[in-house]
Design a protein around this ligand. Sequence first.
Ligand code: SFD
Ligand code: AMP
Length: 642
Amino acid sequence: MPTFDNVVVETDLLILGGGMAACGAAVEAAYWARQNGLKVTMVDRAAVDRSGAVAMGLSAINLYVGLKDAANSVQDYVDYVRNDLMGVTREDLVANIARHVDSTVHLFEKWGLPIWKDENGRYVHEGRWQVMIHGESYKVIVAEAARNALLANGVGEIFERIFIVGPLMDGDRCAGAVGFSVRDNKFYVFKAKATLVAMGGAVHVFKPRSSGEGMGRAWYPPWNAGSSAYFTLRAGAEMTCQEVRFIPVRFKDAYGPVGAWFLLFKSRVANATGGNYMAERKAELEKWAPYGHAKPIPANLRNYLGMLDVMDGKGPIFLRTDKAIQKIAAQYKDDEKAHENKMRELESEAWEDFLDMTISQAMLWASTNVQPEEKGSEIAPAEPYFIGSHSGASGAWVSGEEDLQTDETRPEYFWGYANMSTVKGLFCAGDASGASSHKFSSGSHVEGRIAAKSAMRFILEHNSLPQVDAAVVDTLKTEIFKPLELFEEHKNASTDPDVNPNYLKPRMFMFRLQKIMDEYAGGVSSQFTTNEMQLKRALELLDFLREDSTKLGAASQHELMRCWENVHRLWQAEAHVRTMLFREETRWPGYYFRADRPAMDEEKWHVFANCKYDPKTAEWQMIKRPILHIFPQGEEEELLGG
Ligand code: SFD
Ligand code: AMP
């Protein structure tokens, strides 16, 4: 086994991740660092230019409030998010993002991101909150701004291709992080006065629909593997909404997003008999009132209506892209040339939507002779993902901003520094912070800015480097590299290095995790349905898997990374199962269904279901926290946004 040299980096603010939230944090932190003589260090497992969920680009910015034009108010957005999440959201966190997000979108434009404009120079909207972009280079543009802010100003440094494994602690304060290079033989110890976690959400915790030749393909990027959840859990931070997974309905097999098709092109769905579940199953929404009455219908309920069709044997479900395009073009039918031009424009927009964001969908169309103006495409609910920044809600439980609290919310939602977790000096943003859904790319960037500004204030008020025990660092190092050692020691015990009685390869470990989650925790093959017994059985099997995690073996540094990705996934899985078990009701039927508790229980479960792992006792604690409003509440109609 090679020797891994220690590299020790001391800094003021440590930003973990290089995605949307981290890049926002870098820009903001650089400003305050310059004013106060502080240092900022950003660490990404990949190359910031193309890392995270936005690696391939995006075709829309899903959160723009439009405060300048008084198009919407902050409260409008809060109402939308609360209803979409069936009443479970931290209004203070969502309002904080909503009131600042437009400024972030204006920065993107200033940095060079082309946003679609109409003939009057106004942003072209996909829907009420979404604006269209030519976004293939979205991440490169956002990364360049972060890089310039940190490097050109001499206040910071960026480490790429360093996989962060876990936290360093000084008692109850976060003291930094440890990780390893995926290229060089180096072990990294980052010591910091404050640490900002922005390592995204998690994919491949559940068995994906894609298998065999398609394995690895998913809607959510394969390189976000639950590192945020692992980091915050292991630091002892309270977590929230760990049960609120996200199941996006996507174009089948290549996972192309549907937003532009539903909102911009106004497409409709059709089942095997040509029926539209959104119309035919409307009565089902009554069962999920008051949220079933909301406009738009909450994402999970839209999913659920389609799932009911499939369970009734009415699949496949098609998105009639052909009808939608033809309907728009029909407005030009009296002028042959104008009609032809419009068809060409729509075709180009249809392909750009995927070429900007999910290239594999365009490839699947091309390789299966699909022309969207002539033929519809199948859609299906994807496997579950953990992405608190989209229509899920999982993440750490963080403090809100002081000026957004009421007398009632202050004791529950505020503890000194916006976006600080319940662990001192540990801040979270983007997918890493929970109960503030629908922030998307722009909201994650602005939340990174909010969290970084707050972390810089924390640093100025706690301006000493935490103590790190050298013996603890040594133990962590041994533990982190153990899979390489195990492999080296036992590799000759069998002829196939993937099959060995002394170690378990990360790929096999992942298959076992995914099978447990799929079969017992409501994955694709169990129609997203589970119950108390299934969840208890899942916990039992996860326990055995955890036992085996100490036997992971890695033939290379790349496989070592795979080992730790899967340990991170395991912790995300356990937090998820425990919280689904704790919440004794079904609240998001299109995300998961508790067959033994098939209805929503507003009286007992109109609360946040939180959990916490105690690193000292190795015990989990489940906690109910109240859902409180920061805006005055009106009649149901007002509450549901009209
Ligand atoms: O249409 C480690 N999202 C969309 N947002 C939009 O605004 N518009 C869209 O059109 C969107 N669509 C979409 C979206 C996501 C995906 C996957 C697709 C399509 C295919 C959502 C946004 O992308 C999302 O909300 C934000 O990106 C969230 O930001 P953040 O910062 O929380 O996550 P990130 O950007 O993925 O970055 C994570 C970073 O962490 C790094 N990382 N670094 C070190 N050590 C480790 N162990 C690490 N683990 C991870 C990553 O490398 C990365 O830098 S649509 O479908 O809705
Ligand atoms: P998606 O491509 O599904 O991630 O959606 C992009 C954006 O459009 C998100 O803000 C979704 O919540 C929203 N959206 C997608 N489909 C619909 C729909 N049928 N009705 C309302 N909003 C939608």
